[in-house]
Design a binder for this molecule. Structure first.
Ligand code: THU
Length: 160
């Protein structure tokens, strides 16, 4: 039987301070976005920021609902808002920061599967990789050079 090996690589920054200037600023935007989260049920606060090709930064945060599945993650709030407000403007980079209520969140928090699938749609459409940087509320920042690197074997319109 033949086997297929799938590898992904991440770059690790020891802290936010080690990020390139533009990305440091974009991570600060994600942190500001985090403070706008509406998360009374999970008390887990997530912020995302997207740098668009036109220079605009779009922020998103998780928005929860008493009917739990009706809520939405920060990343999808941001990408859908960006695409709705600035259609066909490419995403140059995405930053994500997350924080729990009662304790420090030191480990980098990656985007969930549904958010990866949502971001993939835009990466494929623009034909250019979207670097994604994610962290907790302190500690290391992990960078993926593209969405596809975070979601190997992704489902795309080419299968339809
Ligand atoms: N959450 C995000 O905003 N992004 C993710 O990628 C993972 C989870 C939110 C959803 C929910 O409001 C809370 O974090 C706990 O799952």
């Amino acid at each position: 039987m033949k086997k297929i090996k799938i590898e992904s690589f991440l770059e690790v920054y020891t802290s936010m301070d080690a990020l390139p200037e533009t990305i440091f600023s974009l991570m600060q935007e994600a942190i500001l976005a985090r403070d706008t989260a509406y998360a009374p049920y999970s008390e887990f606060y997530v912020g995302a920021a997207i740098l668009l090709e036109n220079g605009v930064v779009v922020r998103g945060s998780n928005q929860e609902n008493a009917a739990y599945p009706s809520g939405l993650c920060a990343e999808r709030t941001a990408v859908y808002y960006a695409s709705a407000q600035y259609p066909n403007v490419a995403f140059k980079a995405i930053t994500i920061s997350a924080k729990g209520k009662n304790k420090a969140t030191s480990q980098p928090i990656p985007p969930c599967g549904s958010c990866r699938q949502a971001i993939a749609e835009y990466e494929i459409r623009q034909g250019e990789a979207i670097p994604i940087y994610f962290m907790g509320d302190q500690g290391e920042v992990w960078k993926s050079d593209s969405l596809e690197n975070l979601l190997p074997l992704l489902f795309t319109s080419k299968y339809l």
